[in-house]
Design a protein around this ligand. Structure first.
Ligand SMILES: NC(=O)c1ccc[n+]([C@@H]2O[C@H](COP(=O)([O-])OP(=O)(O)OC[C@H]3O[C@@H](n4cnc5c(N)ncnc54)[C@H](OP(=O)(O)O)[C@@H]3O)[C@@H](O)[C@H]2O)c1
Length: 381
């Protein structure tokens, strides 16, 4: 048996983080959890650190870190603040950094992991949206493994295929809870309705992004960077059953699709086991009982965020960072009850029209644009 892979799990208290620990629990001989990080949920992080015997943790929130320090044995290193979270990605006792942070705050950790020579299992798609050029600069072959189910699917369809034979990426989208509705009918939707995703149980930010279809726009940008494909080669298709996780079309007209259960533990596990395949966490799909699979074109009038994000990706440079920051502020305001659902595309568009994009220079540059766009978005709310 090979030596266990040592992972730093950033965002361990979130939806992806908790599922990653379920994967680790099933493979104690193959995965060693060597570091954990979260923002402010010290109660759960301490529980996780004790359960997995983790030697190093970090919390971005200072008060939460102080509480964790008191609750954990002295032998456990407890870091405080954003820099400590990023520092875990650079530790020499780590093989793989699983970045499951949410939002643009994940960029520094992605860059740090790759720069330090670690393998990066990337759930935090915002890293690529806001700083794709900076992240990909350090992503040598086989060191950046996608966790997003669509990108894991595309990655697997592309294995062994020459890049020049790829003619199109079919990016599937469930459509979210409001699929089929007109824009005006969504003016009064509640937070509860928007969080009721028909297929996936995820953290609040990505669930709202799925309801606006912003998530698919962010994923188009993610695919652009991960697989070096132009936006004209990426087509979004609505597939409500979420059984086909995405497809790749080749020059000879052949299409490879990746199918499977809607369970994030599968792509999380693959990002950790690659190039091996380990046992499944749940029974495989039984195609005899699956029923029909439907496909449809996205309604971009009802869901403008999809095209706004792709437009930002096409412009490139600092535009995706501005678009993303505006979206994070608008989604946060909607979740807090301080904005309506339709304010999300309005605020994103408002900030994008006011931003003069320039080429991306550095992480600090992204952060400055992010800060400007956040205050512009707050003003627009
Ligand atoms: N959930 C899914 O099924 C899914 C699927 C595909 C891709 N993704 C992507 O995976 C990422 C995580 O999504 P999620 O749904 O797991 O989010 P989530 O449930 O909201 O969890 C976010 C995690 O990040 C931590 N965190 C947030 N801000 C932080 C900061 N500044 N410093 C340190 N830790 C911070 C949170 O800690 P606290 O708990 O302490 O706040 C929590 O552990 C997102 O980029 C999302 O788009 C998720």
């Amino acid at each position: 048996m090979s030596t266990p892979v040592r992972i730093a799990l950033l965002g361990s208290t979130g939806s992806i983080g908790r599922q990653a620990l379920q994967v680790a629990e099933r493979f104690p001989d193959r995965i060693r959890v060597a570091a954990l990080a979260a923002n402010a949920n010290d109660t759960l992080l301490v529980e996780q650190a004790l359960a997995f015997g983790v030697p190093a943790v970090a919390l971005a929130d200072e008060a939460a870190a102080s509480r964790a320090r008191r609750a954990l044995p002295d032998a456990v290193e407890v870091g405080t603040g954003g820099a400590a979270v990023v520092g875990l990605a650079e530790r020499p006792d780590i093989d793989v950094v699983l970045n499951a942070l949410v939002g643009a705050a994940g960029l520094r950790a992605s860059v740090a992991a790759l720069t330090a020579g670690r393998r990066l299992a990337l759930a935090n798609k915002e890293s690529l949206v806001v700083g794709g050029d900076l992240v990909m600069r350090h992503a040598t072959s086989g060191r950046l493994l996608p966790v997003d189910s669509e990108h894991s699917a595309i990655f697997q369809c592309l294995e062994g295929e020459p890049r020049e034979a790829v003619s199109r990426i079919w990016l599937t989208a469930s459509g979210g809870p409001f699929w089929g509705r007109s824009r005006s009918s969504m003016s009064g939707v509640t937070v509860e309705e928007a969080l009721a995703h028909p297929r996936w149980t995820m953290g609040p930010k990505i669930t709202i992004d799925s309801a606006t279809l912003m998530n698919k726009g962010l994923e188009a940008i993610e695919a652009h960077f991960l697989f070096d494909v132009g936006y004209d080669e990426i087509t979004v298709v609505i597939h409500p059953q979420s059984c086909v996780h995405s497809m790749v079309e080749f020059a000879d007209g052949s299409v490879k699709a990746h199918l499977g259960a809607t369970d994030m533990r599968i792509p999380i596990q693959y990002a950790l086991s690659y190039p091996e395949r380990w046992g499944a966490p749940l029974p495989p799909v039984d195609f005899r009982t699956l029923g029909s699979l439907e496909f449809d074109a996205p309604d971009t009038d009802a869901f403008p965020c999809l095209e706004l994000a792709i437009a930002a990706g096409r412009v490139g440079g600092t535009m995706p960072a501005a678009m993303n920051a505006a979206n994070e502020i608008a989604v946060g305001a909607f979740l807090d009850g301080a904005a309506a659902f339709l304010d999300i595309p309005r605020v994103v568009e408002h900030v994008m029209t006011r931003h003069d994009p320039v080429p991306l220079e550095s992480v600090e540059h992204v952060e400055a644009v992010d800060e400007w766009a956040r205050s512009a978005a707050r003003a627009a709310l």
